[in-house]
Design a binder for this molecule. Structure first.
Ligand SMILES: C[S@@+](CC[C@H](N)C(=O)[O-])C[C@H]1O[C@@H](n2cnc3c(N)ncnc32)[C@H](O)[C@@H]1O
Length: 195
C-alpha cells in the first residue's frame, strides 16, 4: 500500500471540475461522486454547494475497501500501482474530515458500485463525477447515473487520458458509442459528457 498518496485529482482538473459544477447548479438535481476515496474533491464540492446551492445535496460512494481487481481492459505496465485494495480509507475518516472542516456530512454510501440499489442514488442529478479508475467501475458508474442526469446535466469521468488507467477511456468510448446524443469534450484528463 502506498503511504502519503498524493491528491488523485490535479489542481488544474479540480478548477475545471468546480467550474463545471457551478455551471450545472441552475439545473435540477443533486451532485454525486462515485469513487470519493478520502474526500479531497468531495470537501470542495460540498463547500461549493453550501455557498451557492444549499438546497442541493452531495452523495458520495466508495467501497471503502480500496480498488477492486482489474480486468484485461485495465492492463497497463504503467498502472502497476493500482492494485486491488489500493486507495483504502474508512468511511469514518471521510466523515471526520467533513466535521473538522465545519461542513455538512454528505450522504455517504459504502459498498461496491455494482451492488448499489435504486434508492441509493438521487432521482435527479445535475452533476456526476465518476472516479473509479477501472474499466468495470466506470462502466457501472455510467449505467447508474445515465438515466438520472437531467437535461443539460454533466457527467465528468476522471483519467480519460491517463495511460496508467486505459480501462477508463475504453468504458467511456463504449458508452458514447451507444449514447449518440451525448457530447464529449476533453479537458486535461477529464472526459466531460453532456447529455
Ligand atoms: C482515485 S480514487 C477517487 C479519488 C477521489 N475522487 C478524489 O477526488 O480524491 C478511486 C476510488 O474509487 C473506489 N472504487 C473504485 N472502483 C470501485 C467500485 N467498483 N465500487 C466502489 N468503489 C470503487 C476506490 O475505493 C477508490 O477510493
Amino acid at each position: 500500500m502506498i503511504k502519503n498518496m498524493p491528491p488523485q485529482v490535479s489542481a488544474d482538473e479540480t478548477s475545471v471540475l468546480l467550474e463545471l459544477v457551478e455551471q450545472s447548479l441552475a439545473r435540477a438535481g443533486d451532485v454525486v461522486e462515485l469513487g470519493c476515496y478520502r474526500g479531497d474533491t468531495s470537501l470542495l464540492l460540498e463547500r461549493l454547494l453550501e455557498r451557492q446551492a444549499p438546497e442541493k445535496r452531495l452523495w458520495l460512494y466508495d467501497s471503502f475497501e480500496g480498488l477492486p481487481s482489474k480486468t484485461a481492459a485495465d492492463a497497463s505496465a504503467a498502472g502497476e500501482a493500482f492494485k486491488p485494495g489500493e486507495l483504502l480509507v474508512s468511511k469514518r475518516e471521510v466523515v471526520e474530515r467533513f466535521k473538522k472542516a465545519g461542513l455538512k456530512v454528505p450522504r455517504i454510501k459504502k459498498g461496491w458500485f455494482e451492488d448499489l440499489a435504486e434508492e441509493n442514488l438521487p432521482e435527479q442529478i445535475c452533476f456526476a463525477f465518476l472516479d473509479g479508475d477501472l474499466y468495470r467501475s466506470i462502466k457501472v458508474s455510467l449505467q447508474l447515473v445515465e438515466g438520472r442526469v437531467v437535461n443539460g446535466g454533466v457527467i465528468v469521468v476522471h483519467d480519460y487520458n491517463n495511460p496508467e488507467l486505459p480501462g477508463v477511456a475504453k468504458a467511456v468510448d463504449e458508452w458514447l458509442a451507444t449514447h449518440k446524443k451525448a457530447r464529449l469534450n476533453v479537458r486535461a484528463s477529464l472526459a466531460i459528457l453532456t447529455v
